[in-house]
Design a protein around this ligand. Structure first.
Ligand SMILES: Nc1ncnc2c1ncn2[C@@H]1O[C@H](COP(=O)(O)OP(=O)(O)OP(=O)(O)O)[C@@H](O)[C@H]1O
Ligand SMILES: [Mg+2]
Length: 215
């Protein structure tokens, strides 16, 4: 493919189908477009340090309460490491990057869910992200009940964030929907559909988008 490499992100609540969608996007790019220079990553995660922070965020340390600000800073520490060590170097080598979550998750979970002050989030974002945004984001929209019940079937032990209340996830979802409605680079997909239909919709959009990019 002659098009310069892109940074594609999948976002959504737990059980919305992000990990399945990320694999699907990679399969489409490899099989239909012959792309070999492509990596899949996840936020938080994707480097040794960021994966350790992911583990800390998800499991906590014994019973110690993690404050909202400490959690927020761990997410951003993991993210800045991922950006500088993996995403930017890959893109500069013309390698495509597909990520399971990115900065929109902090808008939604820390801003919407935890109600952290917008000015603080903005300041952190300016410091860490600056203008570095994905070329395309798929937001998989699912209700918390449907999403969480899918997760629960897979694994009955929930992590620190998965144990949050339905109210929390409803706030996260509202925030996601609002952000998606304001940004044309965020494509909302109804993730209540069958997995097959979700993937079909992603494929159709991706094909159109790649055509516009000159692929
Ligand atoms: N549209 C769908 N219909 C039915 N089942 C689905 C759908 N999307 C995903 N699932 C199933 O729900 C489970 C969670 O999907 P997946 O792991 O892709 O979601 P996720 O968003 O990555 O979750 P997490 O936030 O926990 O990482 C899997 O078992 C998957 O097969
Ligand atoms: Mg997942």
């Amino acid at each position: 493919m002659r098009v310069r490499s892109k940074f594609i992100v999948v976002e959504g609540l737990e059980g919305s189908g992000k990990s399945s969608a990320v694999k699907k996007i990679a399969d489409i790019l490899r099989q239909k477009y012959g792309l070999v220079d492509l990596i899949i990553t996840r936020d938080p995660g994707g480097t040794l340090l960021s994966e350790s922070l992911r583990n800390l965020i998800k499991k906590g340390v014994n019973d110690e309460l993690i404050t909202d600000h400490a959690e927020l800073l761990m997410f951003y520490a993991a993210r800045v490491q991922l950006i500088e060590q993996v995403i930017k170097p890959s893109l500069s080598k013309n390698i495509w990057v597909i990520s399971d979550r990115y900065d929109l998750s902090s808008h939604a979970y820390q801003g919407g869910g935890r109600a952290i002050d917008v000015m603080l989030l903005k300041a952190l974002r300016n410091l860490v992200i600056k203008n570095f945004q994905p070329d395309l984001t798929f937001y998989l929209d699912v209700s918390p009940i449907v999403g969480l019940s899918r997760i629960f079937i897979r694994d009955t032990s929930l992590d620190r964030i998965e144990r949050e209340s339905l109210d929390f996830f409803n706030r996260v979802r509202s925030c996601y929907r609002l952000m998606a409605s304001k940004n044309h680079r965020i494509i909302t997909i109804d993730a209540h559909q069958t997995l097959q239909d979700v993937h079909k919709e992603i494929f159709i959009y991706l094909k159109k988008w790649l055509m516009v990019q000159g692929a």
